[in-house]
Ligand binder design. Structure first.
Ligand SMILES: Cc1cc2nc3c(=O)[nH]c(=O)nc-3n(C[C@H](O)[C@H](O)[C@H](O)COP(=O)(O)O)c2cc1C
Length: 374
């Protein structure tokens, strides 16, 4: 065992479920674009997860839609019907095969759903306000019935995750998708109980948390519930850090196992206020870290990067892109093979890395996504 990285190699017990992970590292949720049209997984995607099942102590899946109308990506897996439980089980089994813990990320795309992925071509949102992106479709405002159905769907997806053998769910409240859209003053202009001031804009995300927790309470097994947030939005009006601090305070009263702060660079300060250079996750830890463990993410590659973040009272550190290019990250740290950790993607190694072709093509087509080996 490598004694240089004591923090990252130490176990962590989540406070509510009591579930223990053997290392304070996390595989970040990453969409693979590689599932089947009917929302099931396939051999290539399962092999991708199996390859990475020793990459970190906690392994989070790509986001899975909880209701067909929330599908956000081509090749996305679903958790919206009981028929998909065997497929979800294949992923959970592959992830857990070496003793690490598996979490299903549950999701609704809202206005970010590409119309061509939806049965009727019409995306939904809190309000009929298009995202500020070129060519963004104008969503339809959700009816109260649709809101209530979606809340139920998050609870049902949780039940399926439990039945499929996952150790937990992560509620995707980040990255501009539906839960964030309800919290955002940009996309939520409602005047009923689901919108309005800051507190009223929390109503939908908090109702989703309650539905998920209710499903968990019905299970006899310990089961993790985490929540992912994006701390800020660029839009005006848009989510500001103070809004987020109020949201995390409300979330901290919901008996969650963790909060996952989604940013691309952990140490970056505010994207709305250049003068504010304090890492946003640190402000969140300051506010709620004593009751709600915070997972940090964004730009960690080496064990030194992870240790530096852990030293800032972050409970565990997630890595996304790094574990695409280095599926055996944690094993190499444990075995004193840190100098062999790959931190640049070699364009000839798709097969070796067991990366399904749609994800691989995505990585190849977006310059700047990954450090590439020249
Ligand atoms: C290919 C790819 C797919 C992603 N898909 C998801 C996703 O399904 N859900 C999510 O919350 N974040 C997703 N993310 C964001 C990552 O979880 C992570 O927050 C981000 O990549 C920053 O961490 P990193 O610097 O360690 O890669 C994705 C990132 C990448 C690169």
């Amino acid at each position: 065992m490598n004694s240089n990285y004591k923090n990252l190699l130490s176990p962590f017990t989540f406070p509510v479920s009591g579930i223990k992970i053997a290392s304070r590292t996390v595989m970040a949720p990453m969409t693979t674009f590689s599932g089947n049209e009917d929302g099931t997984t396939n051999d290539a995607e399962v092999a991708y997860y199996r390859e990475r099942n020793e990459s970190a102590g906690l392994l989070i899946t790509a986001c899975a839609y909880v209701i067909r109308h929330g599908k956000g990506f081509h090749g996305q897996i679903g958790a919206d019907s009981d028929e998909l439980i065997p497929s979800l089980r294949r992923i959970a089994d592959a992830m857990k095969a070496n003793g690490n813990k598996a979490v299903l990320q549950i999701y609704h795309g809202g206005r970010m759903s590409p119309p061509e992925e939806l049965v009727d071509g019409q995306s939904l949102c809190a309000s009929a306000v298009a995202a500020e992106r070129e060519g963004a479709a104008v969503p339809r405002e959700m009816t109260v019935t649709e809101i209530e159905e979606t809340i139920v769907a998050f609870g049902e997806a949780t039940r399926r995750a439990i039945e499929a053998g996952f150790n937990g769910v992560e509620i995707h409240g980040a990255n501009t998708y539906l839960l964030q859209q309800f919290f955002s003053p940009h996309s939520n202009r409602r005047t009923d109980k689901w919108g309005g001031d800051l507190i009223k804009r929390m109503t939908f995300p908090l109702a989703v948390v309650d539905a998920v927790k209710k499903a968990v309470a019905l299970s006899a097994h310990p089961f993790l519930v985490g929540y992912r947030i994006s701390p800020e939005e660029m839009e005006n009006p848009g989510i500001k850090m103070d809004d987020t601090l109020a949201l995390v305070e409300a979330l901290s009263k919901k008996k969650l196992d963790y909060l996952h702060v989604s940013v691309m660079d952990f140490w970056a300060g505010s994207m709305r206020d250049q003068k504010d250079t304090v890492a946003r996750a640190l402000k969140i830890v300051e506010k709620v870290g004593h009751i709600l463990p915070v997972i940090g993410v964004g730009g960690a590659h080496t064990p030194e990067d992870v240790e530096r973040i852990l030293a800032a009272k972050i409970s565990s550190v997630a890595m996304g892109r790094e574990l695409l290019m280095e599926p055996h990250w944690l094993t190499k740290v444990k075995n004193n093979e840190v100098d062999q950790i790959i931190t640049e993607l070699d364009v000839n190694t798709q097969e070796l890395l067991n990366i399904p072709t749609p994800l691989w093509n995505g990585l190849m087509s977006r310059s700047g996504w990954m450090p590439m080996k020249k």
